[in-house]
Structure formats: C-alpha cells, structure tokens
Ligand binder design. Sequence first.
Ligand SMILES: Nc1ncnc2c1ncn2[C@@H]1O[C@H](COP(=O)(O)OP(=O)(O)OP(=O)(O)O)[C@@H](O)[C@H]1O
Ligand SMILES: [Mg+2]
Length: 237
Amino acid sequence: MSLLNVTNLAVAHGPLQALWDISLKIEPGERIGLLGANGAGKSTTLGAIVGYYPTMGGRIEFDGCDITSDPVPSRLARGIGLVPEGRRLFTDMSVRENLEMGAYLAQPRKQLAQSLAQVYAMFPVLQTKSAQAAGTLSGGQQQMVAIGRALMSRPRCLLLDEPFIGVAPIIVQEVMAALRDIAQQGITILLVEQNTHRALEFVDRAYVIENGRSVLEGTRDQLLNDKSFGAKFLGLD
Ligand SMILES: Nc1ncnc2c1ncn2[C@@H]1O[C@H](COP(=O)(O)OP(=O)(O)OP(=O)(O)O)[C@@H](O)[C@H]1O
Ligand SMILES: [Mg+2]
C-alpha cells in the first residue's frame, strides 16, 4: 500500500486557483522529488498535504486512510512532518525551545528527551547553541533547527520545502548527509528543490509540476534521459 497517495488535487488561495490537477503516489521508504518552476505550486502542494490549505477537489490518502478533510494536528499525529519554505522559526526563542515545539502532540511529547538526543546527534552544533536565540544562527544552522523540529514530531513521511535555500555551500553537504541519514532510518521523504541536479543526486524518483498540474513523473534515470526534461530543468539542449 502506498504511504501517500494524492489524486487530482485542486487548491485555491482565495479567488486564485493554484493547483488544478496534482497526482503523486509515494511508497514507504521512497525518496521522492517534487520539481517545478517558481509559482508552479510546489509549496501549495506540500501545504495541502499537511492540511494548511483546504482542497477544492481531489483526494489525499495517507497510509490507506482518506485524510483530505482532516485538521492539521490529526495529520501530524498520523506521521506527516513538514519543513516549511523559509524555515518559519520562532527567531526570538532558543534553539531548544524551537525544537521542543515540534513535539507538542501527546505521543511525541512522551519521547521528547530521546528525540532531542537524536536531533543533537545528527546536528551537534545545535546542542552547543541550544540556549541561543534561533535568529542568531547562520542560515544553515537555522535550517538544521527547522529539520530537527520536524523530526521531533517523529514523522513517518517528511515533506521538505527547499531546505537548501540560504544554506552556505560548505554546509549543503552536511544537510544532505542528514537527509540521507533520515532516509536510512526508514522515513519517507518528499523533497521540493529548485536545484534539479542536487535533487536528482538524492531522490529515487521525481514528479514535475507546471502551472498546478502534474506533467511528468519518472525515476532519476528516466528523467536524466528525457530530452524535454533535460532542456527545461538541467540546462541541456
Ligand atoms: N498565500 C497565498 N495567497 C495567494 N496566492 C498564493 C499564496 N501562496 C501561493 N500563491 C500563489 O499560488 C501559486 C503557487 O504558488 P506556490 O508557492 O505553491 O509555488 P511554488 O512552486 O512553491 O513556487 P516557488 O518556487 O517560488 O516557491 C502562485 O501563483 C502563487 O503566487
Ligand atoms: Mg515554494
């Protein structure tokens, strides 16, 4: 059974329809990319999966259950985690407080100490800066806090919205290694990434969306060998 199954999703922001027809299917343990130009609807898709935006049409199933109309906390409780675009940290609060916010639901709260230790093991710099205001950290370190906060909810499926934005080149590999580590723990990953080369280094398969519609899906090798994909996303002609 698929872990996440999105079919014919349609979403509007007020009067403006952003998604018209998005479908994607993710098996447990897969690493999947979601690619598309600026404004294609990538963030809206992730936001709709986690329940921030109501759907106008289509269906979202997680682990075989229809969650299309479920409230956000119940989706988080089922195991959907989001690392949002732009990180959305509480910049005046400490690193540790930001991380603890990720464990506010009843079940994750019981495992808070263990989860915190795991996040600090993954990103040791966060332990040394645990009492510092999150806003004083570098871009890369703030991204580590955002990823760590999502892990504190002990997700089965992690949605990441452009986690390398604002991350210095030398830190990118460190964050990438953390994502590999997360995937190795069996957590399913849906990664939105502007840098297609970088995304294809990491994912097994990817979906391409254009103007709110799914237009292409393929394994890494299928996409690398697709001429129109190469011209549009890899700078090849
Ligand atoms: N909160 C909002 N209110 C109104 N319109 C929105 C809102 N968020 C997104 N949109 C619009 O919905 C469409 C899809 O935006 P979305 O942010 O999902 O795209 P994206 O693929 O994530 O783009 P980017 O690569 O720039 O992050 C765009 O036309 C955008 O202007
Ligand atoms: Mg976006």
